[in-house]
Write a protein that binds this ligand. Sequence first.
Ligand SMILES: CC(=O)CC(=O)SCCNC(=O)CCNC(=O)[C@H](O)C(C)(C)COP(=O)(O)OP(=O)(O)OC[C@H]1O[C@@H](n2cnc3c(N)ncnc32)[C@H](O)[C@@H]1OP(=O)(O)O
Ligand SMILES: NC(=O)C1=CN([C@@H]2O[C@H](COP(=O)(O)OP(=O)(O)OC[C@H]3O[C@@H](n4cnc5c(N)ncnc54)[C@H](OP(=O)(O)O)[C@@H]3O)[C@@H](O)[C@H]2O)C=CC1
Length: 284
Amino acid sequence: MSIQNIMVIGAGQMGAGIAQVCAQSGFQVKLNDLSQDALDKGIKGIEKRLARAVEKGRMSEQDQNDTLNRLSTTTSLQDSNDCDLVIEAVVENMDVKTKVFSELDQHAPKHAILASNTSSLPITEIAAVTERADQVIGMHFMNPVPVMKLVEIIRGLQTSDETYKAIEDMTKQLDKNPVEVNDFPGFVSNRVLMPMINEAIYTVYEGVAEPEAVDEVMKLGMNHPMGPLTLADFIGLDTCLYIMEVLHDGFGDSKYRPCPLLRQYVKAGWLGKKSGRGFYKYEG
Ligand SMILES: CC(=O)CC(=O)SCCNC(=O)CCNC(=O)[C@H](O)C(C)(C)COP(=O)(O)OP(=O)(O)OC[C@H]1O[C@@H](n2cnc3c(N)ncnc32)[C@H](O)[C@@H]1OP(=O)(O)O
Ligand SMILES: NC(=O)C1=CN([C@@H]2O[C@H](COP(=O)(O)OP(=O)(O)OC[C@H]3O[C@@H](n4cnc5c(N)ncnc54)[C@H](OP(=O)(O)O)[C@@H]3O)[C@@H](O)[C@H]2O)C=CC1
């Protein structure tokens, strides 16, 4: 099938990034969120990143204008009625995601593929609330989307070969590298990454070292581009907690128990970079 029109649901850090790379690659993109404020913020971020790309000589002004002209915003899921693909990037919560997918299933054309950018939740369960489980798939982008090359593609139990092939091809059109994985909690990326981040939080919780020291050890000792606590702040501590809970519930293994300090920070509203405070403090 040919994909031309896309809706991205959720204008947060992931949704805005996904909308940007899709528009840059020539797709018509509708960005959806609950509030116009969130949409304005998402578009502002995209404009800033494109302006920087022009400044750095990585993009022409013509491409910048064309990209922005391919983007529009909407607060209504009904506007998915002419889309070939919808990519959902709302909060990491099964109830919220299934509500979105069930509504979307009413509005998106019958041929449309419904993809989720979930970090860890079962695609099979999300697909089950629709009448088109064979056209539901996980399309897991990495943060920051414009920079990271990987898209982890998750096949639900009923995802068809045709759907997989269309999403694999489309990922390549975005100049990203698709990697196929099966539908298990956390897939591959977060089954490996998130326990490391959780363990780094335990080292702070147990007084083994300060956050700065933990990050230095992993940056200088293991050549990670960001230390695990800086990365946790960057991802969002709420998202990290939700992922650990999915791993813990999904495998029923105590090795995935979320660190109490992570729970406490999230309860306090310390969500990391996006809220101005997490393991570190952020300006603006
Ligand atoms: C939770 C999940 O489900 C899955 C996930 O996504 S887990 C998270 C996966 N991501 C990572 O692990 C990221 C780890 N960090 C990194 O790779 C790097 O620190 C980084 C790419 C984010 C920044 O790289 P850096 O070299 O330290 O910083 P910097 O020089 O400022 O940036 C490098 C380039 O990335 C761009 N960049 C940095 N942050 C960006 C952002 N948030 N959005 C868009 N572009 C960004 C910069 O513009 C810069 O490009 P130019 O110089 O051409 O303008
Ligand atoms: N952060 C990361 O590094 C990564 C995250 N992901 C996944 O991407 C998804 C989004 O994460 P992220 O972008 O970080 O989260 P953010 O909190 O930055 O953004 C989520 C956005 O979705 C909006 N939203 C919530 N409910 C709805 C709804 N029903 N309809 C439309 N919009 C809605 C939120 O609005 P409001 O603020 O008003 O609630 C917010 O603007 C999650 O599933 C996450 O696990 C995947 C890869 C990496």
